[in-house]
Design a protein around this ligand. Structure first.
Ligand code: NAD
Length: 257
């Protein structure tokens, strides 16, 4: 990775419509484990992947109760953005960020300082709850307070429907307008930067070939191989917290303008 850094830095300095795609790997330094990395939740407990389906969640009260207990303890509630998130805030301050497509559900990009209208959350957010029946959305902390007070399987206050975090589980469709927006942005990119993702979850991963076909350079930053390494103009294998600041910073102090 070292010898490629100056080249990638120059590409980023020259780019004006950078589209970033982030995965769980950008948040591990903030204490939120990924799913498929060496220390990932599913690498350690393969059964958990099967349980994460929407069908199981809707059919099994015990699955819901376990999910709510898990949400109470979620590492995201105390997590702070790390150097990787902040490097992407620098990109936006420099006027280079066209869109930030994220598979993450932790909202750490917005908390770090990226503006909400740049962030495209293709898998939703755990900071909101949605009712599976009437579609009403509400803050996660309101429902967590009810769970803390003893409700094991809290129901929608409006219609009695099953509540769930406003995220996309396996077996659940993406929100068409959101994934469309991500695809459109990728087609307008002059540089696509994929960070901390195994790039094996579709359709999100297809923003990489899409941007490439539209003429964008492709840079992949990840600790291990990804499924789309063959499409990269530069492959930076290593730690995100070190590599992203090295390629995204303006090198001119505040990075304004
Ligand atoms: P993934 O778990 O499939 O892969 C993460 C990748 O990042 C791995 O290849 C891992 O080696 C790498 N990585 C981890 N820490 C790194 C670091 N510090 N530096 C460099 N590389 C590092 O992640 P994914 O592709 O995003 O898919 C997981 C899915 O699960 C997503 O779709 C997302 O919705 C969800 N998820 C979200 C969060 C979150 O919001 N933080 C956390 C876990 C899972």
């Amino acid at each position: 990775a070292e010898d490629l850094l100056p080249t990638v830095r120059r590409w980023i300095d020259g780019a004006t419509r950078i589209v970033v795609l982030t995965g769980a790997g950008i948040s591990t330094d903030s204490g939120i484990p990924d799913f498929r990395g060496p220390q990932g939740v599913w690498t350690r407990n393969p059964a958990a992947e099967k349980q994460a389906t929407i069908q199981n969640y809707l059919a099994e009260p015990d699955v819901r109760k376990a999910a709510w207990r898990g949400r109470l303890e979620h590492t995201a509630w105390t997590a702070r953005p790390n150097a990787g998130h902040l490097a992407l805030v620098d990109l936006e301050r420099r006027g280079k960020l066209h869109a930030l497509i994220t598979q993450n559900v932790d909202e750490l990009h917005q908390i770090a300082g990226n503006s909400a209208d740049k962030v495209i959350e293709v898998h939703g957010t755990i900071r909101r709850v949605m009712c599976w029946q009437c579609g009403a959305r509400s803050p996660m902390q309101d429902t967590l307070a009810r769970v803390r007070a003893g409700e094991e399987d809290p129901r929608c206050r409006l219609c009695g429907g099953i509540l769930k975090s406003d995220t996309i589980s396996f077996g659940q469709s993406l929100v068409p307008e959101v994934i469309d927006r991500a695809m459109r942005a990728a087609g307008e990119a002059d540089l696509l930067l994929a960070v901390g993702s195994t790039l094996q979850v579709y359709p999100v991963a297809s923003v990489v070939p899409l941007a490439r076909r539209a003429g964008a350079r492709v840079v992949i930053v990840n600790a291990e191989e990804t499924a789309l390494d063959n499409l990269a103009d530069a492959l930076l294998m290593g730690q995100i917290g070190r590599l992203l600041p090295a390629i995204c910073g303006s090198g001119q102090g505040q990075g304004q303008g």
